[in-house]
Design a protein around this ligand. Structure first.
Ligand SMILES: [Zn+2]
Ligand SMILES: [Zn+2]
Length: 151
C-alpha cells in the first residue's frame, strides 16, 4: 500500500525544503541526549554535542514529516516545514487526527522515526534535518532573518 515511489528532487526543491542550506558541522548534528516526551505528549528534545539544545512539539514534527508524500503535499499547498494545514483545508475539527506518536524509535545512528497515532510512519527524521529545523528561539530568529517571507 505504498505510493511512495522513487522521486527525483530538483536542486530548487531541495533548497526550498531545507530552508537555506547553511553549512552545518558534524558535532552540531551529533545528539548527546534524545528525549521523546511520549507520556507527557509534549514533543522531542535533543541536547547536541556542541552544547545546543533543541525542542520540537509533536504537532510541529507531524507537519514537518520528511517523507516524500508529505513533502509533496506541503509543496502543493505552499506550506513550510512544520506549518499546519490551513483551517479551510481541515475537516471538522473533531476529526482532526491527533498529532501524537504512539511510539518512536531510532533508525540506525542517524535518525528517528515516529509511529503517529493517525497511522502515518513514513518519515525518517535525520539528526541533520532536525537540527536544521531547530525551533528554539535563537534558531527561528536566525532563520527569519535570513529567509524572510516571500509573501
Ligand atoms: Zn509523511
Ligand atoms: Zn536552536
Amino acid at each position: 500500500m505504498s505510493h511512495e515511489g522513487i522521486r527525483f528532487v530538483s536542486k530548487e526543491e531541495q533548497a526550498r525544503e531545507s530552508e537555506g542550506n547553511r553549512p552545518i558541522s558534524r558535532i552540531a548534528i551529533t545528539p548527546e541526549k534524545v528525549r521523546v516526551l511520549l507520556t507527557e505528549g509534549k514533543g522531542l528534545e535533543i541536547d547536541w554535542a556542541d552544547g545546543h539544545r533543541s525542542a520540537w512539539g509533536f504537532a510541529w514534527l507531524r507537519d514537518a514529516c520528511p517523507c516524500a508524500t508529505c513533502v509533496d503535499e506541503r509543496k502543493n499547498e505552499g506550506r513550510k516545514i512544520g506549518q499546519p494545514k490551513s483551517k479551510a483545508a481541515d475537516l471538522l475539527p473533531m476529526y482532526k487526527p491527533l498529532a501524537k506518536p504512539a511510539s518512536a524509535h531510532a533508525v540506525g545512528r542517524y535518525a528517528l522515526q515516529f509511529n503517529w497515532l493517525d497511522g502515518h510512519s513514513g518519515g525518517i527524521y535525520s539528526w541533520e534535518y532536525l537540527r536544521r529545523n531547530c525551533q528554539c528561539r535563537e534558531c527561528t530568529f536566525a532563520a527569519a532573518e535570513t529567509t524572510g517571507s516571500p509573501n
